[in-house]
Design a protein around this ligand. Sequence first.
Ligand SMILES: Cc1cc2nc3c(=O)[nH]c(=O)nc-3n(C[C@H](O)[C@H](O)[C@H](O)COP(=O)(O)OP(=O)(O)OC[C@H]3O[C@@H](n4cnc5c(N)ncnc54)[C@H](O)[C@@H]3O)c2cc1C
Length: 427
Amino acid sequence: MNSPQPIHVAIIGGGLCGLALAVALKQRDISFKVYEARSSFTELGAGINIGPNTLEAFRLIDASLGNAYLATAARNPSGKEHVWFDVRLGAAIDGHKDGETITSLMAPPTGSMCIGRDALLQLLAQKAGLLDGPGRVSAAFDKKLTHLEQSASGVTMHFEDGTSEQASAVVACDGIHSAAPAVPQYSEAGVYRAMLPVQELEKVLGHDMARTSQVFPGPKGYLILYPVSDTMMNTGFWVWRRGTWPHREWVLPGRKNKMDDDLRDWGDTVRGIMNLAPNPPFMATHYHAVQPESHWRNRVCLIGDAAHAMPPHAGAGSGQAMEDAYVMAEVFRLVNKIDHTQAEVNAAFSAYEAVRRPRYQSIVETSVESMHTWSDLYDTSITQERLADWTKLAHTRFESIWNHDIGADARNAQAMMREKLKRQTAI
Ligand SMILES: Cc1cc2nc3c(=O)[nH]c(=O)nc-3n(C[C@H](O)[C@H](O)[C@H](O)COP(=O)(O)OP(=O)(O)OC[C@H]3O[C@@H](n4cnc5c(N)ncnc54)[C@H](O)[C@@H]3O)c2cc1C
């Protein structure tokens, strides 16, 4: 008689997606271990802005995670809590004034919600039980996966430090630089990024606007700013940079001179904001323009940015990673914990992909289109009629991201998985 095969999931990458999956599996009492290439759980960069679907995904992963996020997130000032972004013009045009408000994109119940990336990562690590106590053994650092081998009974993972480990299934959450074959493509756009003190912004925008999330569409680009705390606003000035990206690095430090050129046709409001940024870096964004036929094979599946990195113009990347983590954990719920089969793992990955792929692919497309929405408004004259159409499109586009029944996705995936396993048993 063969010995029982308990399910044990290896999570490659302890970024936002990997740790969200760890929380979700812990909540569902499914054995896992996280392998992270860095020597600690660390997130570089500023804040992560989320909308209603992401908060819902947090709650479904673990209700206490949703509450903890709510308790710490920076939001718009009182009376503006449901505003995702106020949309204002970045330069005077066709009788419209510089800084004129053209619409408010509403996203109840969250509006614009943001916490620092590292704060979110530490919150996830804590909820996954990885920071102290016996749960610490479920995290391994300095473990950069180099390659893996699959067999009928499991997966052997090989790491850069020369060690190997086994798991019954591998979920690769290793981000846009994943060891997986999909190559990220340059999006022909990039961003000058800066964290600006509210105190300084007040001098340019006044008290309320200095604390409120705003987008300024303008000539060949857009500016976005949103609160990451009571005292700091995250700012990004996006521009097209057509053609191929000529540098090896994606981030170029100290680009003030180039930014000043890019700001030439903009109004005083946006110029005043970006002048507060001493010498910002420029980051060229990349994404998965071409997707492989499938994101899973046998006992290995890619999720998060490893599967569907997207340009951040819809603020949706981490939300999709959270939705992935939730649906993945829900299909693993149906895999026998004590003695699983490869057929169960395959049915789980297959059902996960059938449900998730159409959603994340459409959001990759929306994210690409959003750069055009924000940046192409000034390409032709801004009549009242055009502005009305533009506003309607912007509202519809983001609502499809925010208002989605994630719980129904998980139930559909579970139903597909049950059906597949039932058919296999009947054969
Ligand atoms: C400029 C910018 C702004 C953004 N703003 C927002 C926003 O406001 N809201 C939003 O929702 N999204 C935003 N995003 C998208 C968001 O950052 C990503 O979708 C999210 O971080 C993806 O998480 P991940 O865990 O899949 O990947 P990552 O965060 O990239 O994590 C991957 C992890 O895997 C590890 N790793 C890599 N290779 C290996 C290996 N071989 N072995 C072991 N470990 C490995 C890495 O060290 C890392 O810890 C933004 C993105 C950019 C570029």
